[in-house]
Design a protein around this ligand. Structure first.
Ligand SMILES: Nc1ncnc2c1ncn2[C@@H]1O[C@H](COP(=O)(O)OP(=O)(O)OP(=O)(O)O)[C@@H](O)[C@H]1O
Length: 423
């Protein structure tokens, strides 16, 4: 917090809003340079204007950024509108372009993660360590209803984090308690223009439907405010589960090579939900997936294991015996992946050793036949085939996990425990 109540009192009715910006990165001293993610819509234009007022009072540098997703013809004009308005405020502005035409699958999700990635890299280049986002209580309530429709559990119904880390920087949503309509009033009072994204009104999309549903639900007392409170209650429940999963992971989880082994028969028994969390974290830690696998995919895995079969899921090979479940990397999922020595391989392995020219790292694969002593490691052949090895062309130099060191070693740079918390 940088501003004193005296300084804020000069801002009249808007003092409260500016205070939210001032305390956005709570609990720690705020970043010295702050980014503002501005789409051109009402919420983020209000955020920009408030951040600009705050920056002048607090003597902090801000910069604005807009991502042009290239998905709507008007997107480029919107970015230009934001740029022009930033010029009037003397706030530096950058437009980042994303070529969404090559994306597959869920376009909205791909666009969102591209946005975080692009803005993260933009911020890092400028020594900006914190970025503000313009989510409002309307976004929180609409997301809640959309998740209800998808039959989400505690995690999905939890309110979005107000402060979080991603792409190596801090993000904050200082307007999470504000209503969209109030921010529109703010903009009108300060004569700031904004653009209304036509997809916000298009009821073929879920979000506009959720927006409309909120009006229908109001007579029942289901409001933005009440859904926010339920979301916060879910958040409290989620952090209790996170805590319990972390405690149980110390009792039930161990690591062998790159594999995660989870004890499945234990006294006292572990609740099914905790076991699910340990498994999902293991699948993401080993397989590198950004999200938890869907619940029906987890069910299929469970059925296969009960029938004594191994099963592949999320880039992992899962096997089990009476007491344990082993989550190993699936060789087929990594066999084409190759990096120069010195780079992180498969999102989590680092090879340590003397730099060697033209050496690359890829999965050991069939070259395991050149490692006579691999059985001494006690690790399954399939796990070792998916482990990192150093090659020069086809010549195997080192397979550290399989026991052929030749001056090299391998270590895991990812942290399993962090996957118990991130989702
Ligand atoms: N194209 C964009 N360029 C820069 N910032 C953006 C852009 N789109 C959204 N943002 C930022 O994200 C905030 C939320 O926007 P919006 O609700 O449209 O995104 P979303 O994809 O639904 O986000 P989430 O899924 O994280 O809720 C905006 O207020 C703004 O700060």
């Amino acid at each position: 917090m940088r501003l004193t109540p005296e300084k804020l009192s000069g801002e009249g009715d808007d003092a409260g809003l500016i205070h939210f910006i001032d305390t956005a990165f709570k609990g720690r001293s705020g970043p010295e340079r702050v980014g503002v993610a501005v789409s051109g819509g009402g919420d983020s234009m209000a955020l920009l204007h408030l951040a600009w007022r705050w920056a002048r009072l607090a003597d902090v540098k801000i910069e604005a950024v807009t991502v042009d997703h290239g998905l709507r013809p008007a997107a480029a004009d919107e970015a230009q509108m934001v740029a022009a308005y930033c010029r009037t405020l003397h706030v530096p502005h950058t437009t980042l372009k994303w070529d969404g035409t090559t994306a597959t699958g869920n376009l909205a999700a791909a666009g969102r993660s591209a946005r975080y990635r692009l803005i993260g890299a933009w911020a890092a280049e400028r020594a900006i360590t914190g970025v503000l986002l313009g989510h409002t209580v309307d976004d929180i309530a609409e997301t809640f209803l959309m998740r209800l429709a998808r039959k989400s559990g505690v995690d999905g119904l939890s309110m979005m984090d107000v402060n979080f880390e991603r792409e190596g920087i801090r993000w904050a949503r200082p307007l999470w308690q504000q209503e969209r309509a109030d921010l529109r009033d703010y903009l009108r009072r300060h004569e700031v223009d904004w653009v209304d994204d036509p997809t916000n009104e298009d009821e073929t999309y879920d979000r506009p439907k959720a927006r409309k549903a909120l009006d229908v639900l109001a007579p029942l007392g289901i409001t933005r405010e009440s859904l926010k409170t339920v979301g916060m209650n879910m958040m409290t429940a989620r952090s209790a589960l996170d805590h319990y999963a972390e405690v149980e992971s110390r009792r039930l989880v161990r690591f062998e090579g790159g594999d995660v082994i989870i004890k499945t028969r234990c006294v006292p028994p572990v609740p099914q939900e905790i076991e699910r969390r340990l498994l999902v974290a293991a699948l993401r830690f080993v397989g590198g997936g950004a999200y938890a696998p869907r619940s029906d995919a987890l069910l299929e895995l469970d059925t296969a294991l009960m029938q004594g079969k191994s099963h592949t899921l999320a880039g992992c090979l899962v096997t089990s015996d009476r007491d344990e479940m082993r989550i190993a990397r699936e060789f087929n999922a990594v066999k084409g992946h190759e990096v120069a020595l010195g780079h992180v391989w498969d999102n989590r392995w680092q090879i340590l050793g003397t730099p060697a020219t033209k050496a690359t790292v890829r999965a050991l694969g069939a070259a395991i036949t050149q490692v006579p002593d691999w059985r001494e490691t006690g690790l399954p052949r399939a796990s070792l085939m998916a482990s990192p090895a150093v090659f020069r062309g086809d010549w195997l130099i080192s397979a550290p996990v399989a026991g052929l060191k030749n001056g090299f070693d391998a270590r895991i740079v990812a942290d399993y425990a962090s996957f118990l918390l991130s989702r």
